[in-house]
Design a protein around this ligand. Sequence first.
Ligand SMILES: NC(=O)c1ccc[n+]([C@@H]2O[C@H](COP(=O)([O-])OP(=O)(O)OC[C@H]3O[C@@H](n4cnc5c(N)ncnc54)[C@H](O)[C@@H]3O)[C@@H](O)[C@H]2O)c1
Length: 438
Amino acid sequence: MADQLKIKPATGKLGVLTPGMGAVATTFIAGVVAIRKGLRLPIGSLSQMGHIRLGKRTDDRQPLVRNFVPIADLDSIAFGGWDIFEDDVYTAAKTAGVLENELLDQIKDELEQIKPMPAVFDQQYVKKLSGTHVKSGTKMELAEQLMQDMENFKTANGCDRLVVVWCGSTEIYMKESPVHADLASFEQGLRDDHADIPPSMIYAYAAIKQGIPYANGAPNLSGDVPALAELAKETGAPTCGKDFKTGQTLMKTILAPGFKARYLGLSGWFSTNILGNRDGEVLDDPESFKTKEVSKLSVLDTILQPELYPDLYGELYHKVRINYYPPRGDNKEGWDNIDIFGWCGRPMQIKVDFLCRDSILAAPLVLDLALFLDLSKRAGLPGGIQEWLSFYFKSPVTPPGLVAEHDLFIQQVKLKNTLRWMMGEEVITHLGREYYDD
Ligand SMILES: NC(=O)c1ccc[n+]([C@@H]2O[C@H](COP(=O)([O-])OP(=O)(O)OC[C@H]3O[C@@H](n4cnc5c(N)ncnc54)[C@H](O)[C@@H]3O)[C@@H](O)[C@H]2O)c1
């Protein structure tokens, strides 16, 4: 057995701050509050519901993950965040319409106490939104105000540690540019109000600068630029992203590895969605949709490896559509038409119609990411990208030069083996015991 890492205990309170307090963030907060009161179960959360096998199969050691690794207890979490709307979490959760009113009413008093701080926002980057609950100043001044907000929140709530998880809207599509290349250029860009620094990057900078772990649940670049990777290394802030793996893409990363494992070919995969929440409205803008499209399209190539399997996947036609359709609210419908082919090239079709509740799938990911990033920080893992958390993302960020792993099952093995390794347990390779010495 390897040595266990020296992990600082999760004493005191953990503040979880979300830039963006819309459907996902409020479903996460209300859910945790309901779970704490014993009103609901944390379904969909690996950290809360999952067991992890340790040692030999015959050892029969399968503790719950939350009893195995020293993650923070749900009772120790304090919630906060920022939004361009002033609604408290109870009101915003009601507007989002994800959880039932009956449940929200039972926890109303607690949710009403949680109010967003004024946001760093610029409509140039999210065309479909406008709000007045916003800060003003140069981009550097805005970053400083965010850092002050974090410090104030920590003091006011008696927190020992903070984690920031971006749950804000998807910003317009942006590519890396010279201002992102290194920290000095980036900080100069903040002072100069450089147009290539959108609000999500200012939040990422403010958190990482203080060594606070930062996760990005949207497909925006946000923390995923060399300047912020450099900063994270310096300050020891663990980071991860991008874009929560939920809904249709979750299904894709479940199904595609299965086809690949059985060497079934794919000629086409057409995915379309209707959804009617605010996220859907934001994505109705072509510039925000482009950011999402790139994230959604990337998953199949790395799972299927068409360069290795040109006969099976070389001609795949992959198309993704998102249609804003208000009557559905958060209850998205995602259709997939999958054209596959088998033995001797004979074609077959699979139709998937997923009547999905996006934020119900995303909320447990916010929880797990907050708890695991906090664990990573206390375990002293190197700052910067935490590839072992790729399990949770549509576009997992990787260190430069590496190809992202999209296969959900490989991602799961990586996550669990990282937890085993942290705790000084053997990693599990699934190689038969008869082939090597214990
Ligand atoms: N729901 C899912 O399953 C899912 C999956 C993957 C990614 N995402 C992403 O997560 C994000 C949140 O999704 P949602 O369904 O909660 O959307 P939402 O529209 O309900 O909530 C987003 C909130 O962010 C706020 N906001 C926008 N810009 C902000 C800023 N600069 N600072 C502070 N607040 C800001 C908006 O006012 C809004 O209240 C979106 O980017 C979405 O694309 C969601």
